[in-house]
Write a protein that binds this ligand. Structure first.
Ligand code: CP
Length: 313
């Protein structure tokens, strides 16, 4: 297969195993490129990309922008803060105005679940979901799995635990879909108030004891408590949460093995992970960020290639 099965990247749920293989093979090639003295390729000189960020971001926004620059695309950057969204403009009107400037691909982060899907039905550009509410964050899951592959090899049959605020996490949902497709076994761990009801229907194991989860897994993805999405109290105090669910040296000492540690960022040091563990040799947090650029280059390149092929058919 040399073409993605999808026209947009709205979520991991719609990707097939062959799509993962193609994205990872392409990302490996781009990883070589970005480690050369000249880190750019001219592939997308004829493509214009708009990065529309309606919600805060550090890693994803910078990573997409750098990936696009490395591919030589023209870029428009839009942040809702300071824009006419604050004067009441709708998402559709904002995007149509940007599209009048002849944009081929839109990268969108939005606080509302479904925003990327909604846009894909309204406009002709290709859409890449950079995180929509509590729904999906597909490029994060792709870079997580790519980084895991590098560190622990083929994920088929590997045990991967996802720990923390599963209920509000688009990273958790995208990772569950991705890891299932790649043949890994997935466990979610956290206080029951932060585990969605019926999540077993997605083929995951539920565990509320972090040490038991650590004994089971080959790698653990630690998630931030997403206080900004909470309108209720889901646990008594942050101190109590940290005592039970912070990944720290004391808990790691209770297991008799090494575990690879991921975190999508931003980290709340001391809450879900101690600084000592976040900065330890088994943590691949900065590798995830590095790989994010190559993986996003691959996604943009493959979607743009499909779009260009369709134009010439
Ligand atoms: N992992 C992630 O999405 O980080 P940002 O919110 O900083 O983009």
């Amino acid at each position: 297969m040399n073409e993605l099965s999808v026209d947009h990247l709205l979520g991991i749920k719609s990707l097939k195993l062959d799509d993962f293989k193609l994205i990872f093979e392409t990302a490996n090639k781009f990883k070589e490129v970005i480690n050369r003295p000249i880190k750019k390729v001219p592939s997308l000189r004829d493509i214009t990309i708009a990065n529309l960020f309606f919600e805060n971001s550090t890693r994803t926004k910078l990573s997409f922008e750098l990936a696009e620059k490395r591919l030589s695309a023209d870029i428009l950057n839009f942040s809702a803060t300071g824009s006419s969204v604050n004067k009441g403009e709708t998402l559709e009107d904002t995007v149509n105005n940007i599209l009048s400037m002849k944009v081929d691909i839109i990268v969108i982060r939005h606080p509302n679940s479904g925003a990327a899907y909604f846009l894909s039905k309204k406009v002709k550009s290709k859409i890449i979901n950079a995180g929509d509410g509590t729904h999906e964050h597909p490029t994060q899951a792709l870079l997580d799995c790519f980084s895991l592959n590098e560190k622990i090899g083929n994920l088929k049959g590997k045990n991967i635990a996802i720990v923390g605020d599963i209920l509000h996490s688009r990273v958790a949902l995208s990772n569950i879909y991705a890891l299932n497709t790649l043949g890994a076994k997935v466990m979610v761990c956290g206080p029951m108030s932060l585990i969605p009801k019926h999540i077993e229907s997605l083929g995951v194991i539920v565990e509320k004891n972090l040490v038991k989860a650590l004994r089971w897994c080959d790698a653990v993805n630690m998630l931030r408590v997403q206080s900004e999405r909470m309108d209720l109290n889901y646990f008594t105090t942050t101190r109590e949460y940290s005592q039970l669910y912070r990944l720290d040296v004391n808990k790691l000492k209770l297991i008799d093995k090494e575990v690879t540690i991921l975190h999508p960022g931003p980290i709340n040091r001391g809450v879900e992970i101690s600084s000592e563990v976040a900065d330890s040799k088994n943590a691949i947090i900065l590798d995830q960020v590095e790989n994010g650029v190559a993986v996003r280059m691959a996604v943009i390149y493959l979607l743009a290639s499909k779009f260009k092929n369709n134009l010439t058919k």
